[in-house]
Structures are given as structure tokens and as C-alpha cells.
Design a protein around this ligand. Structure first.
Ligand SMILES: Nc1ncnc2c1ncn2[C@@H]1O[C@H](COP(=O)(O)OP(=O)(O)O)[C@@H](O)[C@H]1O
Ligand SMILES: [Mg+2]
Length: 483
């Protein structure tokens, strides 16, 4: 940590840099005399950029979670966090800001966690691979203060059979804490979806004429099972409930699995759809509540329609599909609703859904990078809870990021290499052997590997990584036997 003097000196240098930039970019009015050269139309590029804009700052988010017991005023927390960061942070990178003894007691009493997000540039991939570092003068801070709801999901049960029809959560929910960060994708999908949802809500709020520009506030995620589609929908809802809590007093996620509509009680399905939408309407009509409707596994709608057409199922199911679509169209009138849909089968989605979705994003199986980072996050968790230990404790990078290990020359991996390099290499080899596994299967491997250990007291990381490789091989063989 830099001393205060050091910090002041560096702040001063940065201020000078900003000032000299501003001076240089000041327009030179003296030159606009009658003798000035003939007018030249500005280039297309200069029309797109504001003239002489100051250094463009990166808007980063600071998410501040209050303790369950706190009743502090959000504005006061925001000011206190601004003061804390101004005093302490010379640089910003994604991750937690830990409160220490001696920090503002008001914050220590009320705040559970502070997290910096969104420092990565637009092109960088999602997930844990973002290591962008920004200097304090490059950023503007958007501080979001929130508190978890820990009531758990409310379940609407089928009266006769006690089967849950749908679940709803008040957001942000304790269950979804950390979900967003745990999801790793090869593309900028997470950022694209957040941006989409923010703009969709903005267009609705500002009453853009939907006959001129059409948008439905419907997102469809499709791809193989276990790649994070359902989790991502929940995580987006949670994230937006935090980021938009100044505009919407409350946020709610209502989740229904489309399969449940076509269960053997499906003659009741029409009623179920009506009940579901009655509930949604009761929330939606309070304009202050942001509603997310998650329709999971909509491929069953297409297959139900198909089965009904081929005569193998009564035409009731078509009525259910149609009722659902009609209700969804009615929701368009409300600016505070976002519909999230998923399908595990890319080729068999009901065209009516495909048509309604503004974003149809494919979520594929994880690449080598994503597989390595998922496994690395699992190992970090086992170390955090004390189920793994290392001979080189204390060092920060117990396992290196993919980008660092991938760049290393293979001759570095000799027996004399640092232990964390050897561990990372072992993990990379496991990740290489798991091509084709879903993220869900990958997150199970660390558990399976642990079951292979003979002695579970004081497990050494290197020994464990060997078990992980064996578990990966076994899993791949078992899967190939199933095919
Ligand atoms: N992209 C991902 N990154 C990290 N973990 C993932 C990812 N996708 C899935 N998982 C893990 O797999 C579990 C199941 O994912 P889920 O969202 O149900 O997948 P899907 O809906 O695509 O079948 C999640 O709880 C999570 O632990
Ligand atoms: Mg799913």
C-alpha cells in the first residue's frame, strides 16, 4: 500500500497530466479570423466523437452490500464509500474492497461487502479472466447500495397435488449471491445482456413509440444443457435488481419450468397459466416493481405443439401454448417487465418464441480457457474452506490465471519450477482432457476427485490435482460409454 505522501504525489502527477491534456485540447479561437482557411466539412469520424472531449473516463460499478441488520440511509453509505475509496484506492480492478480496522466505523458497522465491477474493456471476455487495472483518474464511480432478501423462494403449489407451479423470489436474493461472478463464458455475453436489458427498460420508460421501433423485452438463451443458461437468467435478474434499485423500489423474479405445464396434469395447465399471469399482473401493475419472468426450457412448448398436431396429444396443449403467447404479448404493455427464456435444444424452439425474442444468444460448451478457469475457481474454493493445503501457503497466486500459464514456455515446467507453476500445469492438463464436458459436469469433478483420496486430512494440492486428472479421465470414459 502506498503511503499518503506517495499517494498525494501520484495524484498530483495525474492531475498535471489531465490538466495538460485539457490545455492541449482547448480549441484555438484566435485562428478563426477572416483570414481563416475555407470551411471544410468535418470528417465522419469527428462527427461521431464529441469535439475536444476530455479524457474519456470508464464508468465502473461499486456494489455495496449492507449487513442484514443495517438500516443505514443509502445516500450516507454512498458518501462514506466515496470517501473511503478516494482515500485508499489509487488503482481499481475487479474484486472485493476489504474493510479493515481503522476504517470508517459507520461503514464497518453497516457494510457486509464492497465489490468493484466492470473495469474490463468491452472486448475482454467475461468471467474471472478480467485483470484490467485502472488508475483513479481514469474512472467515474457508480455506487450501488443494496441489501439481500433472505426469505427464500415463495412457491405456488398446485392445490390438488402439491406440485410447485412456479417460484418467485424477491430480489436481490441471498441464494443468488455470487452467482453472477461464478459464471464463466467465452464471449462478452454477460455484458451484452445487461446492456440490452438496461436499454430495453430505458426505451420503455421514455415511451419510445413501439410502432416506430420495436423491441419485446424478451431474451432467449439456447444451447446444450449444463452451460449456465438458467443460472445466467437468475444472475441477470439479480444484477439488474441491484443496478436499477434507484429507479425501482422492488424487484421480483417469477420462474416457471415450461415442462411443468405439460405434465400429466396438463388439463390443469390452462388454469395454471392464468394463475401465473394473474400473479405477475398484480406485481406489474405497481409500476415501481421490476419484474423478471423466467420461462425455463421452452423447447417443451414446441414439442407439445408438434405432438398435438400429429394427434398424439389432445389439442389442449396447443391451447396452453397459445394462452402463454397471448399473455406474453399482453405483458408488452408494461415497461417494467423482462422475459427471460431458455432452451436446451437449439433446433427445436417454437418459432413463436424465436420471433418474439430480441436477443437469441447461443450458449455453447466451455472452451479450454473457460474449463481451466471453472476448475481454478473450484480449487480456490477448496483452499478457502481449508479442504486443500499447499506447501507454499502465503503466496497470492496459488494457481495461475489461464492467460499466464498458457503463455509460459513448456521448458519452464521442469521439476525445478515454482510449485504454483507446476500446479497450474497439472490443472491445465486436466482442462485439456475435458473437452466436451458441460460446465455442470466440470463443477462436479472436484468433488469426484476428492472421493478418490485415500486420506482426507491435510490434503496436499499437488496430490489432489493428480486425482482430479484421474477423475476427469474416468468421467470422459464413462460419458463415451453412454454414447
Ligand atoms: N458458464 C458457466 N460457468 C460456470 N459454471 C457454470 C456455467 N454453466 C453452468 N455452470 C454450473 O452448472 C450448474 C448448472 O447450470 P444451469 O444454469 O442449470 O445450466 P443450463 O440451464 O444451461 O442447463 C450451475 O449451477 C453452475 O454451477
Ligand atoms: Mg436450465
Amino acid at each position: 500500500m502506498a503511503s499518503d505522501m506517495d499517494l498525494d504525489a501520484r495524484k498530483g502527477r495525474a492531475d498535471e497530466a489531465v490538466a495538460s491534456h485539457a490545455t492541449r485540447s482547448e480549441p484555438d479561437f484566435q485562428q478563426l479570423s477572416p483570414m481563416a482557411p475555407p470551411f471544410e466539412p468535418p470528417s465522419r469520424q469527428s462527427l461521431l466523437l464529441p469535439p475536444h472531449s476530455p479524457i474519456e473516463k470508464v464508468a465502473i460499478a461499486v456494489e455495496v452490500c449492507l449487513k442484514p441488520s443495517s438500516s443505514a440511509c443509502h445516500d450516507e453509505i454512498t458518501s462514506a464509500v466515496e470517501r473511503l475509496l478516494a482515500k485508499r484506492s489509487l488503482t481499481y480492478m475487479d474484486g472485493p474492497v476489504v474493510l479493515k480496522e481503522g476504517d470508517d466505523p459507520f461503514l464497518c458497522d453497516n457494510v457486509q461487502s464492497i465489490c468493484i465491477c466492470d473495469t474490463g474493456n468491452e472486448e475482454s471476455a467475461d468471467g474471472l479472466g478480467n485483470d484490467t487495472v485502472l488508475l483513479f483518474w481514469q474512472v467515474t464511480l457508480n455506487i450501488f447500495v443494496y441489501q439481500f432478501n433472505d426469505e427464500g423462494p415463495g412457491e405456488e403449489l398446485d392445490d390438488s397435488e402439491g406440485i410447485p407451479n412456479f417460484q418467485d423470489w424477491i430480489l436481490p436474493a441471498k441464494e443468488f449471491d455470487g452467482l453472477w461472478e461464478s459464471l464463466i463464458f467465452d464471449t462478452t455475453l454477460k455484458r451484452r445482456l445487461i446492456r440490452y436489458a438496461e436499454v430495453a427498460l430505458l426505451f420503455s420508460e421514455t415511451a419510445v413509440n413501439p410502432n416506430m421501433i420495436s423491441w419485446n423485452r424478451v431474451i432467449l438463451l439456447h444451447g446444450p444443457p449444463g452451460t449456465g443458461k438458467t443460472s445466467l437468467c437468475r444472475a441477470i435478474a439479480q444484477k439488474l435488481s441491484i443496478r436499477l434499485n434507484k429507479r425501482y423500489g422492488e424487484a421480483q423474479l417469477v420462474e416457471i419450468n415450461a415442462h411443468s405445464l405439460f405434465s400429466k396434469w396438463f388439463s390443469e395447465s390452462g388454469k395454471m397459466v392464468t394463475k401465473l399471469f394473474q400473479k405477475i399482473h398484480s406485481f406489474v401493475e405497481e409500476g415501481d416493481t421490476l419484474i423478471f419472468l423466467l420461462l425455463d426450457e421452452v423447447e417443451s412448448l414446441a414439442s407439445a405443439r408438434h405432438a398435438a398436431l400429429s394427434g398424439s396429444e389432445p389439442s389442449d396443449s396447443i391451447r396452453v401454448v397459445n394462452a402463454l403467447l397471448t399473455q406474453l404479448d399482453k405483458l408488452k404493455a408494461f415497461p417494467n417487465v423482462i422475459v427471460l427464456t431458455t432452451s436446451n435444444v437449439t433446433g427445436a424452439i417454437d418459432i413463436a418464441f424465436v420471433d418474439r425474442a430480441d436477443i437469441k444468444a447461443f450458449v455453447g460448451l466451455p472452451s479450454l480457457w473457460a474449463r481451466y478457469e471453472i476448475l481454478r475457481s473450484c480449487i480456490k474454493e477448496l483452499i478457502r474452506v481449508g479442504l486443500l493445503s499447499t506447501a507454499w501457503e502465503g503466496s497470492e497466486d496459488l494457481i495461475l490465471e489461464f492467460t499466464r500459464i498458457d503463455r509460459m514456455n513448456c521448458c519452464i515446467f521442469s521439476s525445478g519450477a515454482p510449485l504454483n507453476v507446476l500446479a497450474s500445469k497439472l490443472l491445465l492438463e486436466t482442462a485439456q482432457k475435458t473437452e466436451g464436458l458441460s460446465c455442470r459436469a466440470l463443477r462436479k469433478l472436484p468433488f469426484l476427485a476428492y472421493t478418490m483420496l485415500r486420506n482426507v486430512s491435510k490434503v496436499d494440492l499437488l496430490k489432489y490435482l493428480e486425482c482430479m486428472e484421474a477423475a476427469a479421465k474416468k468421467e470422459m470414459t464413462e460419458i463415451s460409454e453412454l454414447k
